[in-house]
Design a protein around this ligand. Structure first.
Ligand SMILES: Cc1cc2nc3c(=O)[nH]c(=O)nc-3n(C[C@H](O)[C@H](O)[C@H](O)COP(=O)(O)OP(=O)(O)OC[C@H]3O[C@@H](n4cnc5c(N)ncnc54)[C@H](O)[C@@H]3O)c2cc1C
Length: 472
């Protein structure tokens, strides 16, 4: 037997006393380089609780799913690996929302942000928000709805029932150790489709199974002395125009010239800076190419490079003095922004055709008005065109409930980035207004299924619509 890939023989022997190093199974897709695996000893995991609906991941889709399921009368548990609710909105420091002008939770979130003075602009469909305030709003809403949420907790495994078709139990890992949780219905809102993959569903990432995929971006917040002094370079100054004088693209070009004057160039071809509130601004400056969302080492390297780039560019601007005097990074995101993760195979797979046709669906859970945004997949492509829109015109279209229901495993739904769609369709429906609408629909359907002892695909969309029209 070959030596295992441990750093020293002593560590290897110590570990082997508890478990066993064995040759990797021949059919294992991802065999380790040493050709061996460590066989973890079986252990009893405490059954820590049950629920009617378990939601994994608390990004825009997950919080919407959890709140909607709880308001429909289900006992709901929500697990999130970061230390706050909100996913890309908060841990990812996104600060800009697209395609939000829809009925339901989107309106309530907008109202709650407005009550705190935490939203910029008047457009209900796209606006700036303050991420710290978003954390509070989401915590308040989950507490009020009775969602039991656990932060700092990663979903690490999933098990099906005896017949092997239905998902019955998940395992989480946290400071409390490994814990088992059961439910009749689960929702994968991990963005990266972790739960679906753990449960054994088919999935895809990027254009083909394993990339190329859209680049990752490390969002950041910075403070300036006087936001008015840098107005020529900041996008969305109370206007959400993309083109034309004063529009986003004009500001991007002016900002690029300013970076050049500072002797630096951003790795993202559309470096963006925009006001969030008072002297707080948001920075979107970098692209990290070819990193898979399931590669922890790759993400680590990308995070380190991206954070260094943000600080380098901000430092260079500060040295220019003048309007940039006093500019400093207030925070880089806890989570580098991942655009492409796994897309779990559902009972319907959305494709470019849906976008071309403006497909309407009887079980449409979200009406998408956002077009296609494909960030360059390589450095070379970024130089030519940082964002492509797919070369065709998208007609507003519906996301069907069937794209939110797993095909290979019963009792499992998806919401947000990881629903069933191809690379092009995903590049459109993934923005956060749609993630919320999908989450809300999935939450109601999951709750109805759990309460009536049915599977999600046995619930008619009209039943969920009746609940939603009353305000779940
Ligand atoms: C750089 C960038 C810029 C973008 N710009 C915009 C924009 O301007 N406007 C817009 O509306 N959208 C934008 N998007 C798209 C949008 O942010 C995403 O598609 C959106 O995050 C989808 O929401 P989600 O809830 O599916 O995923 P996420 O926000 O990624 O949430 C998933 C959550 O699950 C958690 N999680 C993951 N794995 C596990 C696990 N195993 N166990 C427990 N928890 C887990 C994560 O920590 C996270 O909180 C942008 C995305 C990126 C990356």
């Amino acid at each position: 037997m070959k030596q295992p890939a441990f750093s020293s023989r002593r560590r290897f022997l110590g570990a082997a006393a508890l478990g066993a190093i064995v040759p990797a199974p021949v059919n294992r897709a991802a065999s380790p380089p040493g050709g061996c695996v460590f066989q973890e000893p079986a252990q009893n995991v405490p059954l820590s609780g049950d629920a009617d609906v378990i939601v994994c991941g608390a990004g825009p889709a997950g919080i919407a799913a959890a709140i909607a399921a709880a308001r429909t009368g289900a006992r709901v548990r929500l697990f999130e690996l970061h230390g706050c609710l909100g996913g890309v909105w908060t841990a990812g420091l996104l600060t800009y929302i697209f395609d939000f002008d829809k009925p339901g939770l989107t309106r309530e979130l907008t109202r709650r942000l407005d009550e705190r003075g935490a939203r910029g602009g008047r457009n209900p469909g796209r606006f700036v928000y303050v991420p710290e305030e978003m954390k509070l709003v989401l915590e308040e809403m989950c507490v009020e709805a009775g969602v039991k949420f656990q932060l700092h907790t990663r979903v690490v495994a999933a098990f099906r029932d005896g017949a092997g078709v239905r998902l019955s139990t998940i395992i989480t890992d946290s400071k409390s150790g490994r814990q088992a949780w059961t439910a009749p219905v689960f929702i994968d809102a991990t963005g990266d489709g972790d739960l679906g993959a753990q449960a054994g569903c088919e999935w895809e990432t990027g254009r083909v199974k394993d990339c190329p995929c859209q680049p990752m971006t490390m969002n950041a917040l910075a403070v300036v002395r006087d936001v008015k002094a840098i107005r020529a370079f900041t996008s969305f100054n109370g206007t959400d125009a993309f083109e034309g004088p004063g529009g986003h693209l004009t500001c991007v070009e002016a900002f690029k010239k300013e970076l050049k004057r500072a002797g630096v160039e951003a790795s993202y071809g559309h470096p963006t800076i925009f006001p969030v509130r008072d002297d707080l601004v948001m920075l979107m400056l970098n692209h990290e190419y070819g990193v898979l969302s399931s590669d922890a080492n790759g993400i680590t390297q990308a995070t380190v490079r991206a954070r260094a780039e943000v600080h380098r560019l901000v430092g260079a601007l500060r040295k220019l003095g003048g309007a940039w005097d006093g500019l400093q990074v207030a925070a880089t995101a806890e989570q580098i922004g991942v655009r492409d993760g796994r897309r779990i195979r559902g009972r319907y797979t959305m494709t470019k055709r849906d976008l071309l046709d403006g497909a309407r669906q009887e079980d449409g859970v979200a009406h998408v008005t956002f077009g296609v945004d494909i960030h360059a997949e390589t450095k070379e492509a970024n130089k030519a065109d940082a964002i492509s829109h797919g070369g065709f015109k998208t007609k507003p279209y519906d996301v069907p409930l069937r794209a939110l229901i797993a095909k290979d495993v019963d009792g499992l739904m998806m919401a947000g980035r990881c629903i069933s769609g191809d690379y092009i369709a995903h590049a459109s429906y993934r923005v956060t207004g749609n993630a919320v609408a999908m989450g809300e629909a999935a939450g109601v359907v999951a709750a109805l299924a759990a309460k009536s002892r049915r599977l999600p695909h046995e619930v008619r969309w009209s039943e969920a619509q009746a609940v939603l029209s009353k305000g779940a």
